[in-house]
Design a protein. Structure first.
Length: 212
């Protein structure tokens, strides 16, 4: 547990430090915090488009997509810094910030559902998105996360981490393209893993709900 928290803190500090470095030139360009959030949404769209084009067994496009996704995540720390410096915090800013985070993770998951070329897998990807990404922000879910066994907590946190969804999955897609394995099969496996995690999470929530 201590190792997990230490790793998380190291990554957090790294992202935050780089994000704060970006915030100064963005501030000099007179970009507001909301403008940076909109820029993040644009970058997510570009990265998802690159990932969409990568179905032609291109090795580099998924890696480019992963790099852009990580960049927009770093900018998540920039918009907050700009908002605090300028004193211009708003509900709209918080909304845009939250949308960018869900859009990045959810977009990757739904794209894999599309790559599977089966309407059922697309439905599974949306179901997994709703359960694993939307519910994770709920207060009850966070309370439950604090009492579940450590192995399950690790599995949940790793599968939904920024590194896994925004970097590892696109990188695995690049490796999959390099060995010319059908993207349909690879995407189907990814979606089934997240679907099983979503079902397990619902089951665990129901069985442990009396502890919350």
């Amino acid at each position: 547990m201590a190792a997990e928290e230490s790793s998380k803190n190291i990554l957090y500090r790294s992202y935050r430090k780089i994000g704060l470095c970006f915030s100064y030139p963005l501030y000099l360009l007179k970009l507001s915090a909301n403008s940076v959030s909109i820029l993040r949404l644009f970058l997510v769209s570009v990265s998802l488009y690159c990932l969409l084009l990568a179905t032609n067994e291109n090795f580099w496009l998924p890696l480019i997509s992963a790099a852009i996704l990580l960049l927009q995540n770093i900018l998540d720390y920039s918009d907050g810094a700009i908002a605090r410096v300028t004193g211009k915090t708003s509900k709209l800013g918080a909304f845009l910030d939250g949308i960018a985070n869900v859009y990045a993770r959810g977009g990757v998951l739904i794209l894999f559902g599309i790559f599977a070329q089966n309407i059922l897998f697309l439905v599974f990807s949306i179901f997994s998105l709703f359960i694993l990404i939307n519910f994770r922000e709920k207060t009850a879910t966070k309370k439950l996360l604090s009492i579940i066994p450590v192995p399950i907590k690790w599995l949940y946190r790793i599968s939904l981490s920024i590194e896994m969804m925004l970097f590892v999955l696109p990188t695995l897609m690049a490796l999959n393209n390099s060995i010319h394995w059908p993207i349909v099969a690879f995407s189907g496996i990814v979606i089934m893993i997240y679907t099983v995690l979503a079902i397990l999470w619902i089951s665990f929530c129901i069985s442990k709900s009396n502890h919350i």
